[in-house]
Design a protein around this ligand. Structure first.
Ligand code: NAD
Ligand code: DAU
Length: 355
């Protein structure tokens, strides 16, 4: 079996659902259930003996060591993190705690477990750390896309905390020989994405008749990958990645934010036209920019493609259509995640931020 951390969040839950749709290999899912963790996403696994959910913190060494000793996983896939840049600007401490201190404790627990394994199991064991392209910093308009050798230049408390975790993972391989793999992926989108992030926020606000808040001039560029393609990349790296190596994951889909927002609006115009016939784009509102906002990310994923033969299955056009349709088909999931805590965040982040 494998141990997945953060498997009740957006990407972790998609990973667990995809894994169990393709394998019978069981998953222990360790998740603290912060505001971003949602067991409803995993509802279809209820009663499935292949999925064991444990609520807990990656930094709880006693708990993690017990889980490792009891279940003897052949791999750990670490998704657990605080993941939202804007929240890291309002309050960095949780990011330091989970992404740096938590990853450190997790690595320590895993190192002790791995060291105790007999020869063949020890040989086969893997620790896969899921990271982000944001650790590389921001690109100029004409710069080449980030390769795995790009200098680390994190600009937000979130990306700095992820960069620190990547360095720890690297050091545990270099110093102790821990069999690690690291993936650095671009922006994901797809089902079960928490509506604090750009694409789900735009869909949810549009349908609610609210403003669509575009930061600054809306010309910041992100490189978008459908979440299931990220999951297939992680499975492939886990299966065949070279120990200690870093693999960038991306789909060659660079788009300015304003284009993303217009695409979402156009799909909604087609699939759920507004009563009265006004286009959803009429709800777009330019607001104050994010402090320290990175201008452009772009991922060069050629190493993963050449070495491991991975390719994304979705184009941006097919993936975004599926995503918008998923939100239209799942109003209950959306309504349930928009709890009091969610409303509090939206109030704090967007009140009085008109540009
Ligand atoms: P998310 O915020 O949706 O989910 C994070 C999950 O981790 C939640 O379920 C939360 O409850 C859990 N968690 C948080 N702190 C924890 C702790 N101390 N112990 C155990 N569980 C904890 O995040 P996501 O978007 O699914 O991202 C998952 C991972 O992928 C993160 O490491 C993130 O940095 C990375 N990543 C995300 C993207 C993206 O576009 N979303 C892109 C590249 C990499
Ligand atoms: O690049 C990978 C990263 O992508 C991950 O590591 C992070 O965990 C993930 O949250 C994401 O970070 P971003 O900051 O790029 O994602 P977000 O959806 O928050 O914002 C995407 C872009 O849209 C960014 O340029 C900011 C802008 N934006 C975002 C929001 C929430 C807006 O213009 N308006 C908004 O309301």
């Amino acid at each position: 079996m494998i141990l997945v951390t953060g498997g009740a969040g957006f990407i972790g839950a998609n990973f667990v659902l995809d894994w169990l749709a393709q394998h019978d290999e069981p998953v222990i899912n360790l998740d603290k259930l912060t505001y971003a963790g949602n067991l409803e996403t995993l509802a279809r696994l209820q009663g499935d003996a292949r999925h064991v959910f444990v609520q807990g913190d990656i930094g709880d060494a006693a708990l993690v060591s017990r889980l490792l000793a009891e279940h003897r996983p052949r791999a750990v896939v670490n998704f657990a993190a605080e993941s939202h840049v804007d929240r890291s600007i309002h309050g960095p401490e949780d990011f330091i705690q989970t992404n740096i201190v938590g990853t450190f404790h997790l690595l320590e627990s895993v190192r002790a477990y791995w060291g105790s394994l007999p020869g063949a199991e020890r040989e086969a064991f893997r620790f896969l750390h899921v990271s982000t392209d944001e650790v590389y910093g921001s690109l100029g308009k004409d710069d080449p896309a980030f390769t795995e050798n790009h200098r680390y230049e994190p600009n937000s408390p979130y990306s700095a905390s992820k960069a620190a975790s990547d360095h720890l993972v690297r050091a545990y391989h270099h110093t102790y020989g821990l069999p690690v793999l690291t993936t650095n992926c671009s922006n994901n989108y797809g089902p079960y994405h928490f509506p604090e992030k750009l694409i789900p926020l735009m869909i949810v606000n549009a349908l609610a008749g609210k403003a669509l808040p575009v930061y600054g001039d809306g010309m910041q560029i992100r490189d978008w990958l459908y979440v299931k393609d990220h999951c297939s990349a992680i499975r492939r790296v886990l299966e065949a990645g070279r120990l200690g190596e870093v693999y960038n994951v991306g789909g060659w889909n660079e788009k300015p934010n304003i284009e993303i927002v217009h695409t979402v609006c156009a799909l909604l115009d087609e699939l759920r036209p507004r009563a009265g016939g006004q286009p959803y784009a009429a709800q777009i509102s330019y607001v104050t920019d994010r402090p320290g906002h990175d201008r452009r990310y772009a991922i060069d994923a050629r190493k993963l493609e050449a070495e491991l033969g991975w390719k994304p299955a979705e184009t941006f056009e097919s993936g975004i259509r599926k995503t918008v349709q998923w939100y239209l088909d799942n109003p209950d999931w959306v309504a349930h995640v928009q709890s009091g805590a969610y409303r509090e965040w939206v109030g704090k982040q967007y009140s009085g931020s008109a540009a």
